[in-house]
Design a protein around this ligand. Structure first.
Ligand code: HAS
Length: 542
């Protein structure tokens, strides 16, 4: 790695893990407070801790890690170094995001932004919290533009050639992110900031939530796609195989670009202000976005099986035996994949209107996203860190840290089994999410939930032990012996079909995306703004 590139990437990765540590402390404490096991001094309550946990883990850890990882792979796959202009944009983004993160965290800890990571109106925070969010978003745009700059430069120099798969995927991820964040930027700048400063008296709740979810669903794919990049591009190399199909991988990313955004209503199925027809249409589009995940599962099985057979594996599942189980670079992401099977099934349940009525706003949903983002994605990111940090610092992953990494992965799996398992179960029994400790005056149903809440808290403590071990491992990686560590980028199998040139015609894909967004949102938005939809006043304005 070029030293300047390594500094940029490492700063992002270490900042991400710092946020994970703080968010982990808040997460464990909120679990214990909610389970009724402890009460904290100085008025620090469940909601402050939950906001800190959600913002630091879901928004800050992920965004920093992703931007760092994408920059590293773009540098590697596009010839070894970043364009100086891209690097500058990366640093500008890093600084803006860090100022935003510091300001936002202080506001949360001072109790001036107890609005959770979804900051739903009519909950109101200090205006500085929204300004902090705006800084993080704008910072991430700088980084996105930086990544696209390097990619465009490469394409200018290599006209007619297909770009390297990693860089293509990085561009899809950042394009999706930048188009999606327009929604959250709009609600923050046009609604929340004027309202929280007191410049206007009311806020249009339905519009703010809709703009939030226009962003909130692609946000989850912004977390997922870098994990998929590891599964598609890195894992084949680590297991000694090849990428099953470059064309399939690119097509699945393009489908994510098209279908990630016009689906936000599946988070609002139980809200009154949107007509059932538009909810139905967005649910159909939600089922479209399941397809690229099924394609990914197919491609992974194909890679595992062909690699296994090339190594002499026999029988239907013989390939499983020859996978490198003792290599944390494989083991942690693979556990992420395994968990993604029930996690994805849970998502399909959520998206089904009638079943959503059962699970919405219960702890089931919290269970769902702890399997998706906090397990499948987080474990994959941990797996990446075990080779990325040594590759950046010219050090090696020692057998001892590799072993500790495997133990850390197992601890995570066990903690998540207890925590997410109880969340799913108690959610089906009706226990609400985002609610502090209460037995509803010792109501029998609520008393029945308590053992599950205690199991959740125990899971949380185990996971916190996992966070601490991860921190220890990272320190070990930073102090490991000097040496060469490979940046594992896989190559496509010789048997794969050639990739159609159309896949790299961005105008076509972004054009189709814009049409889909306009189709899915124009009429419902018009109804909300004119208060002609099913949830007209007084539901919508506070
Ligand atoms: Fe979700 C709520 C629907 C995926 C995250 N989701 C959330 C929230 C978060 C979240 C954070 O429709 C809560 C937001 C809040 O605070 O209110 N979700 C879906 C659907 C999918 C889905 C249809 N979600 C994700 C991912 C997330 C994530 C990914 C983060 C990274 N979700 C919903 C809905 C709600 C929701 C509703 C709203 C609920 C409500 O009422 O509030 C799909 O994308 C899932 C498709 C996935 C698959 C699985 C494919 C499996 C693969 C693994 C292959 C394994 C291998 C290894 C090869 C179909 C690729 C195998 C080896 C062996 C040996 C077997």
């Amino acid at each position: 790695f070029d030293r300047k590139d390594a500094a940029l990437v490492l700063s992002h990765i270490l900042f991400a893990f710092g946020a994970l540590l703080l968010g982990g402390i808040a997460g464990m404490l909120q679990g214990m407070v909610r389970g009724g096991t402890i009460t904290l001094p100085a008025g620090i309550g469940y909601y402050e801790l939950l906001t800190a946990h959600g913002v630091l883990m879901a928004l800050i850890f992920t965004t920093y890690f992703i931007i760092g990882f994408l920059y590293s792979g773009v540098a590697k796959s596009l010839g070894g170094t970043l364009l100086p202009a891209s690097r500058k944009m990366g640093w500008a983004g890093f600084i803006l995001m860090s100022v935003g993160t510091a300001l936002g965290t202080v506001m949360i800890l001072l109790g001036k932004a107890t609005v959770l990571y979804t900051f739903y109106a009519p909950l109101k925070a200090s205006p500085w919290f929204y300004i902090a969010l705006a800084l993080v978003i704008v910072g991430s745009w700088f980084s996105g533009i930086g990544i696209i700059q390097s990619y465009r430069h490469w394409r200018k120099l290599h006209q007619g050639r297909m770009s390297p798969l990693f860089s293509f995927m990085a561009v899809v991820t950042m394009l999706m992110w930048m188009i999606a964040t327009i929604g959250v930027a709009a609600t923050v700048l046009l609604q929340f900031i004027p309202w929280s400063f007191g410049w206007v008296d009311t806020i249009q709740v339905m519009v703010s939530r809709t703009l939030f979810w226009y962003f909130g669903h692609p946000l989850v794919y912004f977390w997922l796609l870098p994990a998929y990049m590891c599964w598609y591009v890195v894992i084949p190399k680590i297991i000694g195989g090849r990428i099953f199909s470059d064309a399939l991988a690119r097509l699945s990313f393009l489908l994510f670009l098209l279908f990630s955004i016009p689906v936000g209503f599946h988070h609002q199925l139980m809200e009154p202000g949107i007509s059932p027809l538009w909810k139905y249409i967005q649910v159909v589009l939600t089922f479209m976005v399941v397809i690229p995940s099924l394609m990914t599962a197919f491609s992974l099985f194909a890679t595992f099986e062909t690699t296994g057979r090339a190594k002499g594996a026999k029988g239907l599942f013989g390939w499983l035996k020859v996978l490198p189980w003792k290599d944390v670079r494989f083991f942690a992401p693979f556990m992420g994949m395994l968990i993604f099977i029930p996690a994805g099934a849970g998502g399909i349940i959520n998206a089904s209107n009638q079943m959503n009525a059962v699970v919405h706003n219960t702890l089931w949903v919290t269970g769902h996203f702890h399997l998706t983002v906090a397990s499948s994605v987080a474990l994959t990111f941990f797996g990446i860190a075990y080779w990325l940090i040594p590759a950046l610092t010219n050090r090696v992953l020692t057998p001892a840290v590799n072993r500790l990494g495997i133990i850390q992965t197992i601890i995570w799996m066990v903690g998540m089994f207890f925590m997410s398992g109880s969340m799913h179960t108690v959610g089906l029994l009706g226990s609400p999410r985002r609610t502090a400790y209460t037995t509803y005056q010792d109501h029998t149903d609520a008393v029945l939930w308590m053992p599950y809440h205690v199991a959740m808290a125990i899971g949380g403590i185990i996971l916190f032990a996992g966070v601490l071990l991860l921190m220890f491992n990272i320190v070990c990686l930073l102090r490991a012996p000097k040496g060469y560590t490979e940046y594992p980028l896989g190559e496509t199998a010789e048997t794969a079909e050639p990739t159609p040139k159309l896949f790299e015609r961005w105008g076509v894909w972004v054009g189709v995306l814009v049409v889909l967004i306009l189709f899915a949102y124009t009429i419902p938005f018009t109804e909300m703004l004119n208060n002609t939809g099913p949830g007209s006043k007084p539901w919508v304005t506070w």
